[in-house]
Ligand binder design. Structure first.
Ligand code: AMP
Length: 256
């Protein structure tokens, strides 16, 4: 696996590879089995596997959340290599947002509700960094987790609206045995908070927004709503201590 840090190095590595089908897995690191599922799918379906590792400041609405975000590049690089990544693109913030940077992508409607309402500017940051990564890597396929259903909807809309020639592949949510959706933020939960966090999936698993809200009585709920994405989901966000957790269940088609 080659570790590259600049757009120039990335382009050179891609040109050398002469791969026909390139899979891109955009990540912010702190890898868990959810990331591994994306890496596995991308490895299976493409000649070349490019993984990006970038904690994108533009998608954090809180400086504290950005500072507290878990980072361990050495461990992530080892896991990516073991999963068969060919190129790990781990740029600095200055590489992607140099002084004078001022171009942003705003997927207007889909960015507004749910996560967008709770985290102003979040999806502007997500759409912009994904567009930059798509332009840099020119992937045949890009891999995203169903766990972040609104992110998928926003990136899909952007790709359509801007005629980006990339196929989005969506991987089902990977959960712990007790149902908790894996998330890099779970490491911040104390054992007692982790137990409380289970309420979110238990509530969403009813697939009934009213019942889910009842079950979450006493929990700090940001929202529990049916969202008309492709596919439709029952999505929710709660706060447990200082940690904000999101999850969703698919309401049609495959159960997850
Ligand atoms: P992140 O590093 O948190 O930005 O996540 C990188 C990608 O992994 C995103 O497309 C996420 O949706 C996906 N992902 C995160 N957690 C899970 C999970 N538990 N199951 C499936 N995909 C996930």
């Amino acid at each position: 696996m080659r570790l590259v840090r600049t757009a120039g190095e990335l382009r050179a590595a891609l040109a050398l590879s002469r791969a026909e089908e390139i899979g891109l897995v955009p990540t912010m690191g702190a890898y868990h089995a959810g990331h591994l599922a994306l890496l596995r799918a991308a490895r299976d379906e493409n000649d070349l596997l490019v993984v990006s590792l970038f904690v994108n400041p533009a998608q954090f609405d809180s400086g504290d959340d950005l500072t507290a975000y878990p980072r361990d590049e050495e461990r992530d690089a080892r896991i990516a290599a073991e999963a068969g990544a060919d190129i790990l693109f781990a740029p600095s913030v200055e590489e992607l947002y140099p002084p004078g940077y001022q171009t942003w992508i705003d997927v207007e409607e889909l960015s507004r509700g749910l996560e967008g309402a709770a985290r102003p500017g979040h999806f502007r940051g997500v759409a912009t960094v994904c567009c930059k990564l798509f332009n840099l890597v020119r992937p045949t396929r890009a891999y995203f987790g169903q766990k972040d259903a609104q992110q998928v909807a926003v990136v899909r809309r952007m790709a359509r609206d801007l005629h980006l020639d990339v196929e989005l592949r969506v991987v089902p949510t990977v959960r712990d045995e007790d149902g908790l959706a894996l998330s890099s933020r779970n490491v911040r939960l104390s054992p007692e908070e982790r137990t409380r966090a289970l309420a979110l999936h238990r509530a969403l698993a009813t697939r009934d927004p009213n019942r889910a809200r009842e079950l979450l009585d006493g929990v700090a709920v940001d929202y529990v709503e049916v969202a008309d994405f492709e596919p439709r989901v029952l999505a929710g966000a709660i706060r447990v201590g200082d940690t904000r957790l999101i999850d969703n269940v698919v309401l049609e088609g495959d159960p997850e």
